[in-house]
Design a protein around this ligand. Structure first.
Ligand SMILES: NC(=O)C1=CN([C@@H]2O[C@H](COP(=O)(O)OP(=O)(O)OC[C@H]3O[C@@H](n4cnc5c(N)ncnc54)[C@H](O)[C@@H]3O)[C@@H](O)[C@H]2O)C=CC1
Ligand SMILES: O=C(O)CCC(=O)N[C@@H](CCC(=O)O)C(=O)O
Length: 489
């Protein structure tokens, strides 16, 4: 078990707060334990990042690139070990966590390209001078990560932040501290200078100490909408700080006129249930036309959902999904399912907690067509709500009837229908005849409304990692060819 779990100014230190631990939610085994960072230790981490910024912010771009490339090499060497830790800590199957580490490696080249293309230098000639657009780092940024992609999503903030010249204090999810520790060790092995990334482990109070610290210049957050809203309030009145919020969704998927029932069911299942429904992009609301074709799709969807292979992350024959992050999350999802039934929804596939002490649930589907209204909330797990509709525009209006706006999809064979949907739907990710999960790191990734604050991540993360500087420069002071009216020199 770890004891020195805080990484501050290049040193592994014991925490001085209360005990925290990480559970393998599939096997109900403890895999990591330590003491959380106190407010004073968070302060030390921020001061260390502040000191490191003085040199890191001035270091050459080529040295920063060298570091992130070495990190990619270390990640590649440790791919299987890190994928195993992520699987143990989250319950996700190994096929998926290997993809996650692959995405972390892929992030390096994409972030380097994005830095160049979105925040590079532009030079324009003007009379007697040159005009430049350049970019500078903000300084010390706090990074907050969620548990569902404990490697890939914090990495999506940290890598572009470092390339731009910022230094980082990273607070991972308290549910996935071991993944953060192992990743940090890879940065260290890559030759990270002291203080450039600091890791503070702990629960909400550690997060609060970091987010409210006056010495941070920005905060990059991926997590729930509730926490994101709290942070937004906390940042009110501080226009000088950059806040990037990547939050949840209540994502709709509309199906209309599709010939291939198997293909449409595949895309629904991939959208709703991959990662045991624990992706921010997962479909939560499915709109299917009333009538025989819709019935056929639902019958097939029910059949396929009941057959989904659920299992241990390390099963030789890999399951489609593993356990949820915790027994608490699993029981919360069962409650959400039961609550919908008590409001009048019809169960099509029962959502069950499969084993006491674990996060295993079976995916559930409910028909909510008869409900007059429903809370607009994200159920972060494999629970899909179906609405039957008669009118396409009514379905689109209902799909937009949410405060969130992360992802949305249309499954249908008619391009004009898709164009109609695209023009009206409100979301940051809008797909046609593809699952709405599995977004590319080479595209912007973010939502509107309660899903984000217009600071998209992934390819656009470069934008919030640096501020633009406009300069007009001449190598000597000269009188202009023509003086302003009324001025004699
Ligand atoms: N839009 C996006 O890119 C993504 C969004 N998500 C969303 O993340 C959520 C799941 O992740 P969770 O780990 O449950 O999110 P969470 O909001 O509970 O936690 C995220 C981080 O914030 C910290 N935190 C919690 N309360 C805090 C407070 N009051 N002050 C400061 N820090 C605090 C946590 O310790 C953790 O490090 C889902 O809602 C999901 O939709 C997940 C992945 C991607
Ligand atoms: O940030 C990126 O590089 C791309 C975003 C991404 O990987 N999205 C994934 C998972 C995000 C989540 O749902 O938690 C996706 O779209 O499925």
């Amino acid at each position: 078990m770890s004891s020195n779990i805080q990484f501050i100014n290049g040193q592994w230190l014991a925490g001085q707060g209360h005990e925290v631990f990480s559970l393998n939610p599939a096997k109900n085994e403890e895999i990591w334990r330590g003491l959380s960072a106190t407010e004073a230790q968070v302060n030390d981490a921020i001061l260390s990042a502040r000191t490191a910024f003085e040199s890191w912010g001035q270091t050459s771009l080529s040295s920063r690139i060298e570091l992130v490339k070495r990190f990619a090499e270390k990640l590649t060497d440790a791919k299987e070990a890190l994928a195993t830790t992520i699987a143990q800590e989250t319950g996700k199957p190994l096929w998926e966590t290997r993809t996650e580490v692959g995405a972390m490696i892929g992030k390096i080249a994409i972030s380097l390209r994005a830095y160049d293309e979105r925040t590079g230098t532009v030079e324009n000639d003007m009379p007697g001078a040159k005009a430049f657009i350049r970019h500078k780092p903000h300084g010390v940024v706090a990074v907050f990560g969620p548990y569902n992609f404990p490697g890939h999503l914090p990495n999506g903030h940290i890598v572009p932040a470092l390339i731009a010249g910022n230094t980082v204090v990273f607070k991972p999810s308290e549910l996935t501290p071991k993944t953060a520790e192992e990743t940090m060790k890879l940065w260290q092995a890559a030759g990270l200078p002291d203080g450039v990334i600091n890791l503070v482990q702990g629960e909400v109070e550690t997060g609060k100490a970091l987010a409210s610290h006056p010495q941070i210049d920005g905060l990059f957050f991926t997590g729930s909408s509730n926490t994101g809203h709290l942070l937004h309030q906390q940042f009110g009145g501080q226009p000088g700080k950059i806040l990037a919020l990547e939050m949840g969704g209540n994502n709709p998927l509309i199906v209309k006129n599709v010939a291939d029932v198997d293909a449409v069911v595949h895309d629904i299942v991939q959208s709703a249930f991959v990662t045991t429904g624990q992706r921010c992009t997962c479909a939560r609301r499915l709109f299917i036309e009333a009538g025989e074709q819709g019935d056929r799709i639902i019958n097939k969807l029910v059949e396929v959902t009941k057959q989904i292979k659920i299992g241990f992350y390390d099963d030789e024959e890999q399951p489609f999904i593993g356990s949820m992050i915790s027994e608490k999350a699993a029981l919360g999802l069962v409650d959400a399912y039961q609550s919908l039934l008590s409001q009048g929804a019809t169960s099509l596939v029962e959502l069950k907690h499969l084993e006491a002490g674990t996060g295993f649930v079976s995916p559930g589907i409910v028909d909510v067509t008869s409900l007059a209204s429903m809370a607009d909330e994200e159920h972060f797990g494999p629970l899909l709500k179906i609405y039957r509709y008669n009118d396409f525009d009514q379905a689109i209006n209902e799909a937009n009837n949410t405060s969130f706006g992360l992802s949305a999809g249309f499954l249908g064979d008619n391009e004009a229908d898709y164009q109609h949907f695209f023009a009206r739907i409100r979301a940051g990710i809008v797909n046609w005849n593809k699952p709405i999960t599995g977004a590319s790191s080479a595209a912007p990734f973010g939502g509107i409304g309660a899903s984000g604050n217009h600071r998209a991540s992934a390819y656009y993360a470069a934008d919030y990692c640096a501020y633009p500087v406009a300069s007009v420069e001449a190598d000597k002071v000269q009188l202009p060819a023509q003086l302003s009216p009324g001025l004699t020199i």
